[in-house]
Design a protein around this ligand. Structure first.
Ligand SMILES: C[S@@+](CC[C@H](N)C(=O)[O-])C[C@H]1O[C@@H](n2cnc3c(N)ncnc32)[C@H](O)[C@@H]1O
Length: 341
């Protein structure tokens, strides 16, 4: 791609005014005029010389942001690739529903969201996603993860949880085994109860609790007003035949100019809160809406997917882009900014 550049640098020209330098071998110094760190805080000059490189592959990323944007632009935290890899080795032993690609992506969202605030998890079950989130919080000093789950809910997503039984003991054991107990604020309650009186800004809102339309919509409506500019909303099981996550994603996020870049990674639907310039991403969101909206009527009113309906669902889902993306690619996506509104 670039014969003129030293071979250890890969220059990726992105749309508009962005360039990403990925170093595969060397450490790189930042040249960013006004960068923010992975917590959305402005990096001071001497800190901006901190090495970002060192880890193999294209995860060491340097983004030249458009400083006119009100949304902080990301500088991915150091050694993210290695930290996610190490964490996955612990997460893989925790019982739960998150696949490998999803777990790694969730770690990226937690560590890479260019915003201040708390990581909020709705639906912890036995702690699989909690361990990934809390490990990122521990490593990068992001404050405790608020993990909300009554641990007694019988839900369609928990076929093995019998009435009256609890996942709480196993949840706590998972946190203890991973050494992240003190990085989790456990809220043993329904999301609705925690939402009453909630006032804290949120950097990542991870919705994986009640998967009905009413349940997901309520979680979204109660917590999303607290998501900081630049923060992320992510919903699990959006492509697993549940009505709630996909319908809320299509109707409340893809059709809202308060949100910017959006996508699917496996069954996680995600979008960045961009209240100031979300309109610039309308075209991108509309394209995704076009691909995904056909899934919604197949699932409304508690429809069960069987026979011809299931076939149609699978065909429509096959057209929804949902490949795993690298941290560098994701950072490039959320760094886009255009003046088009
Ligand atoms: C699909 S599981 C979560 C899986 C978990 N995130 C993981 O990685 O394995 C759904 C969880 O949501 C919880 N839940 C259901 N309704 C809820 C609500 N209204 N508020 C909080 N948690 C809820 C259930 O108790 C269950 O443990």
């Amino acid at each position: 791609m670039s014969n003129v550049l030293p071979d250890e640098y890969l220059l990726l020209p992105l749309r508009c005014r962005y360039y990403v330098w990925c170093s595969t071998r060397k450490r790189v110094n930042t040249l960013i005029p006004r960068p923010v760190d992975y917590r959305g805080r402005r990096i001071r000059k001497q800190q901006s010389k901190a090495p970002l490189g060192g880890v193999a592959r294209c995860y060491d990323i340097l983004i030249q942001p458009d400083t006119r944007s009100a949304t902080p632009m990301p500088v991915l935290p150091p050694n993210l690739d290695a930290v996610i890899e190490e964490t996955w080795q612990r997460v893989r032993d925790v019982p739960g529903f998150l696949q490998e690609g999803e777990a790694r992506f969730l770690g990226l969202l937690a560590a890479g969201a260019p915003a201040n605030g708390t990581i909020v998890e709705i639906g912890s079950f036995k702690g699989r996603s909690t361990v990934m989130l809390a490990s990122m919080a521990k490593h990068y000093g992001l404050g405790p993860v608020v993990a909300i789950d009554p641990h007694t809910t019988t839900a369609p997503t928990d076929p093995v949880l019998e009435k009256g039984s609890s996942t709480f003991e196993e949840f706590v054991a998972s946190l203890r085994a991973a050494g992240v107990e003190s990085f989790v604020e456990v809220r043993r309650a329904c999301s609705r109860e925690v939402a009453e009186g909630w006032k804290r800004p949120i950097r990542l809102l991870w919705i994986d609790g009640d998967h009905t339309y009413a349940g997901v919509k309520e979680d979204f409506q109660r917590f999303s007003p607290f998501v900081s500019s630049g923060g992320i909303v992510a919903l699990h099981d959006a492509l697993h035949g549940y009505e709630g996550p996909i319908r809320v994603f299509v109707e409340e996020i893809l059709r809202s100019d308060r949100f910017g870049p959006a996508g699917f990674v496996k069954s996680i639907a995600w979008s960045q809160h961009r209240p100031d310039d979300g309109g610039a991403f309308r075209e991108q969101r509309e394209k995704l809406d076009l691909r995904a909206r056909g899934l919604v009527p197949l699932l409304t009113n508690g429809n069960i997917l069987r026979g011809f309906k299931k076939l149609r669902y699978n065909l429509i889902r096959a057209c929804v882009p949902r490949a795993v993306i690298s941290p560098a690619r994701w950072a490039a996506i959320i760094s886009q900014h255009t003046s088009k509104r």
